[in-house]
Design a protein around this ligand. Structure first.
Ligand code: 2P0
Length: 346
């Protein structure tokens, strides 16, 4: 049950009260997710509450593995990301760890070591898997007794999409700004084993994007003439997306996911200055997928804040979709992924 404390399975964590000073280490893994009904805009920046709900699928193939070590010997938090020290990200990580330190009533600094098996900042949801893994590892290292829902609320404060990566399969994120953000959490909608979908990610550019999602969505809210219409449409799209998933209706999910993706990018493109996340190969991938659809192949596209195209398909179409996208000019690599699990410890 969402409201229960964590007492079993991967969420097993016994509350061992530690002294207020401590040296303690834990490791957690979280997977990236891609939104089929997207989050683009905040209701409250200080608590990082989204302006609308969202629905995602958690991907098996894209992982962040994070070790957090609280050490009395440290005078400041430190971060190693894929083998490199990244001091520019430390202030954001420190603010996030402060939420958990306050809960645990300690001030001890932490060393954070995170490894990702995919490019960061390229529209592949690295902040989602990264902050979900960080929240899980840090709360375990601090021996906090925390429910999956509470973990999702904590992860949201690091990155909105991270709230969804706490869970596996099909996940819905709620956008309730009341009760100090306690109503804004993700929860499972359908287990991955209940509907076998596959994802083909066409990588068209591995470099980090010029404008990050956070800055981009805030700019869209301030300047796009379509922002209010986008939020209005989100409520209906959420309902359609949720129904399609619960009914395992591929055609209905394809229709609403593609339409929602294009609405989000219409808002991005009409932001000032324009947020043009696509490149030429992105457009060619969309055309290739539209051609497959005309030929009756069960596939649809979605694109996040970057130039990569994610093609979601039924299992029977996986090899056909993968070979089609691999052949598109400008596609550098395709990554195949099934749907994956939520956070795991150890
Ligand atoms: C999503 N994206 O729903 C949408 C689609 C990008 C495009 O969630 O400011 O990195 O850290 O809460 O979570 C990216 O936004 O933003 C995102 P913050 P986040 O997946």
């Amino acid at each position: 049950m969402p409201g229960q404390r964590i007492v079993c399975g991967v969420f097993l964590y016994k509350a061992l009260r530690l002294p207020l000073t401590m040296n303690s280490q834990s490791k957690a893994t979280a997977r990236a997710n891609i939104a089929l009904i997207k989050y683009w805009g905040k209701a409250d920046s200080s608590m990082n509450i989204p302006a609308a709900g969202s629905i995602s699928i958690t991907l098996d193939a894209l992982c962040s593995e994070t070790v957090v070590s609280f050490k009395e010997s440290l005078s400041a938090d430190e971060l190693s990301l894929d083998g490199e020290s990244r001091p520019e990200y430390v202030p954001r990580i420190s603010r996030f760890l402060d939420i958990l330190r306050e809960r645990a009533d300690i001030k001890t600094r932490a060393s954070v070591t995170s490894k990702n098996n995919f490019p960061l900042g390229a529209g592949l949801a690295s902040s989602a898997s990264g902050f979900a893994a960080l929240a899980a590892a840090a709360s375990a290292a601090l021996r906090l007794e925390i429910s999956p829902r509470e973990l999702s609320i904590v992860a949201r404060q690091g990155s909105g999409s991270a709230a969804r990566s706490v869970f596996g399969g099909f996940v819905e994120m709620h956008a309730d700004r009341s009760r100090d953000g306690e109503g804004s959490f993700a929860e499972p909608l359908l287990e991955s084993s209940a509907w076998h979908l596959e994802v083909v990610i066409a990588l068209t550019d591995r470099s980090e994007k010029a404008v990050g999602s956070r800055q981009g969505m805030n700019r869209s809210a301030a300047t796009s003439p379509y922002y209010v219409a986008w939020l209005d449409a989100s409520a209906k799209d959420l309902e359609r997306g949720r129904d399609a998933i619960l009914n395992r209706d591929f055609k209905a999910l394809a229709d609403v996911a593609q339409s929602n993706c294009l609405k989000m990018h219409s808002v991005a493109m009409t932001t000032q200055p324009a947020l043009m996340y696509w490149n030429g190969a992105t457009v060619e991938c969309i055309r290739a997928i539209q051609k497959l659809q005309q030929d009756g192949v069960p596939v649809f596209f979605t694109i996040d804040a970057g130039p990569q195209v994610k093609a979601v398909c039924e299992s029977s179409a996986l090899q056909h979709v993968a070979s089609t996208l691999r052949a598109v000019l400008g596609v550098k690599e395709v990554i195949l992924s099934g749907l994956g699990a939520g956070v795991e410890w150890g």
